[in-house]
Design a protein around this ligand. Structure first.
Ligand code: 2P0
Length: 360
């Protein structure tokens, strides 16, 4: 697979003003991406569940211009959002080779999230994938392209250049990003739908996101990724991610939830262990993160219900469980776990279908 296939090779058509739109979900990694090489190439492959309810809706309004350079405004919930500009500017610079028409329009980017912006839920995955989908929709108009499969792949390719994990939010279900010898078609350049048989239990897995700490993170993911360079355990960690994906292939097929739990929880704790022994070291978990983990373990031991946790680069806890246990886990969350959340807040989500274009 080569980057050249994503460079337009026909002449653009002149189009007038208009708008395109998209809804794109967040995703939660089971095997984590933590560490990268130049040009947004992951240091190891990762696999995630695409979510459903936590999503970003983006409308891209475009009008032709003749001046040089990028021209855009960004709005979050109807208000101009200057803080988003640097990341979008950087995104445009990274993708201009693949989307040269970006220079030919002024853009108003209108975006809304279903989850609170300050919730500590990564909005970069849903936000960047939504914007990438809109850009690809515009490309289809400019170059009169009707190949939907190629365009979805391109959306993931572009989203990766905005934020690595965003490339896993285009496809639904289980998504793999990063070359892995046992996963046919896997690539460092784009996320692909997990290509093998998946047991029914994993097709509608539930994810309750417990909002432990909604504040700004002390250490950004970009800084965290960089600290994997020269990390004393980097080589072992990257190998472990490969091994975990190898192990997950038969588990996802058989529906062995206990084996699934053992890998998913080890991944979450390894991610945070890497942070805790990098140079400089840091801790993103909060006391209530640990309270929740212990409460989940106690509940699992007592009831034998296969509920587990995973963590992102933050203090919030993702509680993962099969749909058939939704009511008991719902009671656990309501009665015990919500006390550890800021203002008792949590979001119930589940595996979803991926990004989709919307009619404006
Ligand atoms: C993941 N995370 O696999 C891991 C686990 C956080 C913990 O991908 O620098 O925002 O934009 O490529 O994608 C967060 O990192 O980083 C992330 P960039 P990104 O979901």
């Amino acid at each position: 697979m080569h980057v050249e296939e994503f460079i337009p090779n026909t002449s653009p058509k002149k189009i007038g003003s208009g708008s395109v739109g998209c809804i794109s979900p967040s995703n939660i990694a089971l095997v984590k991406y933590w560490g990268k090489k130049p040009h947004q190439i992951p240091a190891n492959p990762s696999i995630s569940f695409t979510l459903n309810n936590c999503n970003t809706k983006t409308i891209l309004r475009y009008s032709p211009k003749s001046t040089e350079g990028f021209s855009f405004e960004v709005y979050l919930d109807g208000k101009k959002e200057e803080d988003f500009r640097p990341k979008i500017e950087q995104f445009f610079e990274r993708i201009i080779v693949y989307a040269p028409f970006l220079n030919s329009f002024h853009f108003d980017i209108e975006t809304t999230n279903t989850f609170p912006h300050s919730s500590g839920i990564a909005s970069s995955a849903s936000g960047m994938s939504a914007l990438a989908m809109c850009i690809v929709a515009l490309e289809q108009l400019v170059y009169e392209i009707s190949n939907e499969v190629l365009m979805k792949r391109k959306a993931s390719f572009l989203a990766r250049l905005g934020s690595g994990s965003a490339c896993r939010s285009i496809e639904g279900g289980l998504v793999v990003w990063g070359a892995h010898s046992a996963i046919l078609g896997s690539s460092d350049l784009e996320g692909i739908a997990f290509p093998y048989e998946v047991h029914q239990v994993f097709k509608d897995y539930q994810d309750a996101i417990l909002l432990v700490d909604k504040g700004e993170k002390q250490v950004s993911s970009s800084v965290g990724h960089n600290l994997m360079h020269n990390h004393p355990f980097a080589t072992e960690r990257f190998q472990q991610a490969h091994d975990h994906i190898d192990a997950l292939i038969p588990i996802l097929k058989s529906g062995d939830v206990n084996a699934f739990i053992s890998i998913v929880e080890r991944e979450a704790l390894t991610l945070h262990a890497m942070m805790m022994c990098s140079d400089p070291y840091f801790i993103l978990m909060k006391p209530n993160t640990l309270e929740i983990i212990n409460a989940i373990w106690n509940f699992r031991t007592r009831t034998q219900i296969p509920v587990c946790f995973t963590l992102d680069a933050g203090a919030n806890v993702h509680v993962l469980y099969p749909k058939q246990h939704a009511s008991q886990v719902g009671q656990l969350i309501q009665a015990k776990l919500s006390h550890y959340c800021q203002n008792g807040q949590y979001i119930l989500d589940h595996v979803g279908k991926g990004s989709e274009h919307i009619k404006i």
